[in-house]
Design a protein. Structure first.
Lengths: 498, 362
């Protein structure tokens, strides 16, 4: 049977450096094919070639037995290939329905019509998203739903999902898996990139593992297990390094209270919530999407504003503070490392050096009073070396990096400002296992150095592995606190949903 | 003028001084049920203050001092002619007993039998601690006795003071004044550490009273009470929890005036050593709907909280009795024979927990 999509000896080079080298890949009709690999393994580049986002330097793409040249995503879409990106590619200033019908000139301006159609379509997918809502007002999970809905809406025969479940709640993940099953039954073929290996093992028919831009192995899912995949991905066993021994470690004792949030309220999202963050400790914050954890952190960092009337208090080292914009918060040593790095984390058209230097300037951490190229290069080199950012050099644009390396740049931007309190929001979202271990080590090192660290994550093993104390959010407030070494997944999840 | 405008603005928006907020019980103060789950409980009605004298645990209740015999029963040690305000160990084998009449009586030890009338201004002795032949005394309020502490809070007074009594000469010296209901005191070198209840903080003051006050720990989520030295730090008894409702009432002078004038004291919206026993208490009839179920709800006015502080007076861990517990209103604590004893006046009980049973979260 002819594969629906095939890449033959595909190579993609950026400035002479190959991101994908001589890779052949086939996707059978109606199969779910998981594509796995470490940070910078070339997964995203491979799928971008298949989706017409980038053109291969060498190699051929065959769709349904025909050799094709895919010069743009629109061409790929016309041939039935849609891609749901790791970071959402929606237009934030348009409504959900307008985003769904963005490429449809005929219907785009008929708002009433597309709202009704959008509502019916979203309901058919069991996605609870308001079609009239502005995309900018949606949380990350809901944006992901709209992305998925858009791909399904275009009646694509091949859908490429890049980290589709990273931002979804367990219930939403369940719905997503049901959706994948329904698509498979309809004969739609799916390429599924994920760093959650259990998910790949659960829903895929075949698995392909890539490493350093090269194909390592493709086989039936039944012949894999977690350990085998990890070894194929990184050539070493990382499971212990990642999440294996979280409960055996000793938790750090709290030092000085750095942050005290008291009865904070923001619209209907953050409701009278109170919590503290201490120096020299990692405070993990777990909650389902909509629990207000990100919004509370953003109010602390000055990204969002609390309620005007009786909005509560935020105290930094006992001093009441109220930030209307992030800059004074940054100057006071509060850094928020965003969950949505593409939109809020970096300037994608700027180089790594420029991004890091800009953060240093914003935080007042430069020696030179004027812009100094020499200092820029030296600061950037120091941080890229420290974080092992894989790039040709500091002049590479951040957008050209893989998700994990982009995240390292975002973290470097935060730390260059010498913070006293760092809030990591989903620090390893869309990051491969190798980079996860590096980012975790870095977070631990910060706490060991006495910095107050807050880690917001939807991934329970990560929370359990990192946190000295765990706060659980539900319906806009912190409802429970656990000592890091005493909590388990069941009790945390119970607190989060009951 | 500008300050006044800012206050009006803050009152309107609920910010600054007018922010009705309470610090969270988290970190070292994370709630547990350790006080209620204590393996030893000794009932003693009206128990208030604890001390260790000559290797024995003594407790004051009403006008009587009791001794815990054989780790089981309370034996009457001595009756006094007036209600006891507080007690403190003097030199290890003497007991200083402060009476509501303003007298301080010494039983046992070097100064056995001596009686001191501290000062006519001291009608609200809340805590004492001895250092050599000097007794440091906190006087909670200049206008109310210790039984009227709720009124002192609702009137937002700050008339408390700290005094030094020389047991040799009987000389009494005022060290500091203008404190917001000082309720606990400890001596650390040449400094005194005092818990200022209505400002929810611990402050350090020179024993001579000269020099600046230094805030050691602020923003407590409860009203701090007596301080006692522990093997490696201090125990702080917090006699009542703070709540947003009380904070709100404290910012409404007209409401407070009417409440004090028209409502019986038992039903005031104010912190209590024990609450929830009467349906007539404010908000007891409130309810919230959660997960489709209508649940009874009211902000608790009492709870049990004993905080272990490290040598720098920062909280290390804490023992709690939650809203539905039975060890409310902790007014004193002392370490004795490898255990910590806590007097819960609200429920008339002394609980004891082995120090080795208390996890410190590490």
């Amino acid at each position: 049977m002819t594969p629906i999509l095939e890449l033959r000896n595909g190579t993609k080079e950026y400035r002479g450096v190959p991101a994908v080298k001589d890779v052949s890949f086939t996707l059978e009709r109606g199969e779910v094919h998981a594509l796995l690999g470490e940070n910078g393994a070339g997964k995203s580049t491979l799928t971008k070639m298949l989706a017409g986002v980038v053109e291969p330097t060498a190699g051929e793409i065959w769709v349904d037995g025909q050799k094709v040249d895919l010069r743009s995503p629109l061409e790929a879409l016309q041939r039935g290939i849609a891609m749901v990106y790791q970071e959402t590619s929606l237009v934030p200033s348009l409504t959900v329905a307008q985003n769904l019908y963005l490429a449809d000139d005929k219907h785009f301006h008929r708002l009433r019509g597309i709202y009704i159609a959008g509502q019916q379509f979203l309901q058919s997918l069991n996605f609870h998203v308001d079609p009239t809502a502005l995309v900018s007002s949606l949380g990350a999970g809901q944006k992901q739903m709209v992305e998925i809905a858009r791909a399904v809406h275009h009646n694509a025969q091949v859908i490429i999902f890049d980290e589709p479940t990273a931002t979804l709640t367990p219930e939403e993940k369940h719905q997503f898996f049901s959706l994948v099953d329904r698509l498979r039954e309809r004969g739609v073929s799916i390429i599924f990139i994920s760093h959650a290996l259990e998910e790949a093992l659960q829903i895929s028919d075949r698995i392909t593992v890539m490493r350093d831009g090269q194909h390592v192995v493709t086989d039936e899912t039944s012949s894999f297990n977690r350990e085998k995949i990890v070894q194929a991905m990184v050539g070493r066993s990382l499971s212990d390094e990642l999440y294996g021994s979280g409960r055996d470690r000793k938790v750090r004792r709290a030092r000085e209270k750095v942050l005290s949030v008291q009865n904070l309220s923001m619209a209907k999202v953050v409701r009278n919530t109170s919590f503290s963050v201490f120096a020299g400790q990692i405070t993990g914050v777990f909650g389902l999407i909509g629990s207000g954890r990100t919004e509370a952190a953003k109010v602390v960092a000055g990204v969002l504003k609390r309620d005007t009337f009786h909005g509560g208090q935020v105290r930094l080292y006992g001093r009441p503070v109220r930030y209307r914009v992030p800059r004074p918060a940054v100057l006071d040593g509060i850094i928020y490392v965003t969950e949505d790095r593409k939109i809020e984390g970096f300037f994608e058209t700027m180089s790594i050096s420029e991004n890091i230097y800009l953060a240093a300037v914003a935080g007042g951490q430069t020696r030179s009073p004027v812009i100094s190229m020499k200092e820029m290069k030296s600061i950037a080199k120091q941080w890229t070396d420290l974080f092992n950012v894989k790039a040709i050099n500091g002049d590479a644009r951040v957008i050209e990096l893989s998700g994990g390396n982009q995240q390292k740049v975002v973290v470097a931007k935060a730390l260059v400002q010498k913070p006293k309190l760092v809030i990591f929001d989903e620090p390893t979202r869309g990051v491969d296992v190798g980079a996860i271990a590096e980012i975790h080590q870095l977070i631990n090192r910060l706490a060991d150095e006495g910095i107050a660290v807050m880690v917001i994550s939807s991934y329970l093993p990560e929370i359990l592995h990192l946190s000295d104390r765990i706060l659980v959010c539900r319906q806009g407030r912190v409802v429970e606190e656990f000592a890091g070494h005493k909590a388990d997944e069941h009790t945390i999840m119970y607190a989060a949903v009951h | 003028m500008i300050g006044g405008l800012i206050r009006i603005w803050d009152n309107l928006l609920g910010r600054g001084e007018a922010a009705v907020t309470v610090p969270p019980l988290d970190g070292a103060l994370c709630p547990n049920r350790m006080l209620d789950e204590a393996d030893q409980r000794f009932a003693l009605a009206d128990v208030d203050c604890l001390a260790e004298v000559s290797g024995e645990l003594v407790a004051s209740a009403g006008s009587t001092v009791y001794t815990l015999k054989n780790g089981k029963d309370w034996n009457k040690r001595k009756d006094y002619e007036a209600e006891i305000a507080c007690i403190a160990s003097v030199g290890g084998d003497g007991l200083a007993v402060a009476l509501l009449s303003g007298e301080i009586v010494i039983d046992g030890g070097t100064f056995d039998g001596r009686r001191y009338v501290a000062s006519p201004d001291m009608r609200c002795i809340t805590a004492m601690t001895a250092s050599g032949s000097t007794l440091f005394i906190t006087n909670g309020s200049a206008s109310h006795g210790p039984d009227n502490w709720q009124l002192d809070l609702l009137q937002r007074n700050a008339s408390g003071s700290i005094w030094r009594l020389d047991l040799e000469t009987g000389t009494v010296t005022r060290i500091a004044g203008g404190l917001a209901y000082p309720t606990g005191i400890a001596v650390v070198g040449d400094r005194l550490v005092c818990s200022e209840a209505w400002k929810h903080r611990l402050v350090s003051i020179s024993t001579s009273g000269i020099g600046e006050q230094e805030v050691l720990y602020a923003e407590l989520p409860g009203y701090p009470g007596r301080l006692t030295a522990a093997e490696d730090g201090f125990w702080l008894a917090a006699f009542a929890p703070r709540s947003q409702l009380v904070e709100f009432v404290l910012r409404e002078p007209a409401y407070r005036r009417r409440m004090i004038a028209e409502v019986p004291q038992d039903f005031w919206i104010a912190p209590k050593l024990r609450s929830g026993r009467s349906f007539y208490e404010a908000m007891q009839g409130g309810s919230v709907k959660q997960l489709g179920l209508l649940k009874p709800w009211s902000p608790t006015m009492s709870a049990g909280l004993l905080v272990k502080l490290d040598a720098d007076f920062q909280p290390h861990f804490s023992l709690h009795s939650r809203a539905d517990g039975a060890t409310h209103g902790v007014t004193g604590a002392v370490e004795h024979q490898g255990r910590v004893f806590a007097a819960a006046r609200g429920d008339g009980v002394v609980v004891s927990i082995g120090l080795d049973e208390i996890g410190d979260g590490e």
